[in-house]
Design a protein around this ligand. Structure first.
Ligand code: BGC
Length: 408
């Protein structure tokens, strides 16, 4: 039989390294009917809407089995829906709470380390109707939700993620106007960041009051920026501060670990600012580079730069909480994973304290305003039969997790 060999000793990961996938409740569970997103999808006549999504709400046991048996994962990142737990103000739903306890218990029973996200872009409708995080005083409602979650779910959670990508949320929902409530205001986006930062710091303290030893953080999208021309270079620190660092700066001291989502490279240039395109036209300068199905430039070395830089700046344990690509034909995914892990291992070799990697995502799901067309899953979802079909890359990722190493 062909003898397998480790490519280099650099690609062996430390004992106890976490291997997982990440999901978000609204994208996979289905029927999140009391949320702002659900109502927005209906109002906009978004087709297809989140609907039943992957029906993970009912199929979670089967999905966790795939993560264990096919992907050989030892960890899982998931989120819970505030809109299910508190469908109307102050009324906490016991049945839904029990549902999530069962989900978390199942993960623990199967031996997974559990990373639980408490807010992944979606709000209860009632909270949005009060203007959500636009208003500082509304942080009070989030505090109450956090108290409840910390009391109910402590004991099942190894890592608490308070917010997923607050900067992306602020920009998509309040600056670019793609997501509900579709506002376009720099001022509002800034307010959102400030108020979510306040909410993060409160939540950090609340969870620690209930469980002193809890590990609490949030997840920040760490983009790797390149300039279009020399004269665009001064933009890099500006973009980095606004998107990668501002939230961490505002919440200083209230972190036990840092979650990093790394997807792609972004090219910045002054023209984008004047054209009121606050996000860079990343495809223009990088046409020769390989792209995902969504046109995002694939740049594996970026994960090395962002992990190394975040470690140097913050000295916090790091988890790669999302990394993945839309790749319908699965022709790029396996290579994408291997190359990113190669560069991640390099950052670790140079000292970055990276504790785990969560691939985005377990199965094709509801990709926000883009509906179902982007295929980010290690498993293909047949949305008619709800069958999950492993893509070849799922086995590649499974081998890596099983061996805790990249083996040729
Ligand atoms: C978000 C996910 C999303 C993924 C791909 C991430 O920034 O956390 O919810 O599906 O990007 O677009």
């Amino acid at each position: 039989m062909h003898k397998k060999k480790i490519i280099t000793s650099d690609i062996k990961f430390p004992d106890g390294f976490l291997w997982g996938t990440a999901t978000a409740a609204h994208q996979v569970e289905g029927n999140n009917i009391n949320s702002d997103w659900w109502h927005w999808e209906k109002r906009k006549k978004l087709i297809p809407d989140s609907g039943l999504a992957c029906d993970h709400y009912h199929l979670f046991k089967k999905d966790f089995k795939l993560a264990k048996e096919v992907l050989h994962n030892n960890a899982h990142r998931l989120s819970i829906e505030w809109a299910r737990i508190e469908p109307s103000e102050g009324k906490f739903n016991k049945k839904e709470t029990k549902h999530y306890i069962n989900v978390l218990k199942e993960l623990k029973k199967m031996g997974f380390k559990v990373m639980l996200t408490l807010h992944h872009f979606v709000n209860p409708l009632w909270f949005s109707q009060k203007a959500g995080f636009e208003k500082k005083k509304n942080v009070y409602y989030f505090d109450k939700f956090i108290w409840y979650c910390a009391e109910q779910f402590t004991g099942y959670v190894d890592y608490w993620v308070i917010f997923n990508e607050p900067n992306v949320y602020a920009s998509m929902a309040y600056l670019m106007g793609y997501w509900p409530p579709q506002k376009r205001s720099i001022l509002k986006a800034a307010q959102i960041i400030f108020n979510m930062a306040k909410a993060h710091s409160h939540a950090y303290k609340i969870i620690h009051q209930i469980n002193h030893g809890a590990k609490v953080g949030s997840v920040i999208n760490q983009t790797y920026y390149k300039s279009y021309r020399y004269i665009d270079m001064p933009l890099i620190p500006l973009y980095k501060f606004i998107t990668n660092d501002s939230f961490i700066f505002l919440t200083k001291g209230n972190w036990d670990f840092l979650g990093i989502n790394y997807y792609a490279l972004h090219v910045v240039r002054w023209g984008d600012l004047f054209l009121k395109r606050p996000f860079p036209a990343e495809t223009e300068k990088v046409q020769l580079r390989e792209m995902t199905d969504l046109g995002w430039p694939i740049y594996p070395q970026g994960i090395y730069f962002v992990a190394r830089e975040a470690w140097k700046k913050y000295r916090l344990p790091i988890f790669i909480t999302e990394n993945g690509l839309a790749d319908k034909t699965d022709s790029k995914r396996a290579r994408f994973i291997i190359n990113h892990l190669h560069w991640l291992a390099q950052a670790m070799k140079e000292g970055a304290d990276v504790r785990g990697y969560f691939h985005w995502t377990l199965m094709d799901n509801f990709e926000w305003h883009l509906g179902r067309s982007p295929k980010f899953g290690l498993f293909k979802t047949n949305f008619k039969t709800l069958e999950r079909i492993p893509r070849k890359s799922a086995y590649v990722y499974g081998e890596i997790a099983k061996n805790n190493a990249i083996i040729l």
